[in-house]
Design a protein around this ligand. Structure first.
Ligand SMILES: [Zn+2]
Length: 196
């Protein structure tokens, strides 16, 4: 019954149709300070198996919030049209919050990088964001790129951050095992005779 959109968009922003009519975008109507809250995404949460059967439009507007869970806006509102950029001015705060990564000027489009939340191949595309550092293709494994992990530290969705932390812990454990194996190879021959 309610037509109230499931996502919140700060009154400092507005949704607009892109100049080439190819879709909607979110623009700053007022200046926004670094760290300021821009949007809070809402909707219905679907598991992967059900989610992939939804319409393409719903899948494109969703936000991955956990390992195999997806938030689909319903009803759709202006706040659900935040586009991807490889050089974003916004990042995630928790699972559903969007905050400014830097000061945003009036008239700027607000974008975030889908690598901050995506770990599944449900919305992969050739990127036309036009940023000088555009990586050309956006995919479900981009969160693993070391330069993105460094650039977006503190702006990843918690489920992605957990995977990054696990990957780092695994690398450290591997490096430790290699070090132990190497030192073991040197020590062993001199120690071994004592036990004979
Ligand atoms: Zn790009």
């Amino acid at each position: 019954m309610s037509k109230h959109p499931s996502s919140y968009l700060s009154s400092k922003l507005e949704g607009r149709l892109k100049a080439d009519q190819s879709g909607n975008s979110i623009f700053a109507r007022e200046a926004i300070k670094r760290g300021e809250l821009i949007a809070v995404f809402g909707g219905v949460v679907y598991e992967w198996e059900t989610f992939i059967r939804l319409s393409e439009r719903e899948r494109m507007l969703c936000l991955q919030v956990e390992d195999r869970l997806f938030l689909v806006p319903r009803p759709i509102g202006e706040g659900d049209f935040v586009n991807h950029s490889c050089n974003p001015n916004a990042g995630l705060s928790g699972q559903i919050g969007l905050v400014a990564m830097r000061d945003i000027q009036i008239g700027e489009e607000v974008c975030f990088d889908y690598a901050m939340c995506d770990t599944m191949p449900y919305d992969e595309f050739d990127c036309l964001c036009g940023a000088p550092n555009c990586r050309g293709h956006v995919g479900g494994n981009d969160w693993q790129l070391p330069q993105l992990q460094k650039r977006y530290a503190g702006f990843f969705s918690p489920h992605v951050q957990r995977r990054i932390d696990a990957q780092k812990a695994e690398r450290r454990a591997f490096a430790r095992a290699m070090r132990n194996a190497r030192s073991g190879a040197i020590i062993q021959p001199s120690v071994a005779p004592l036990y004979e």
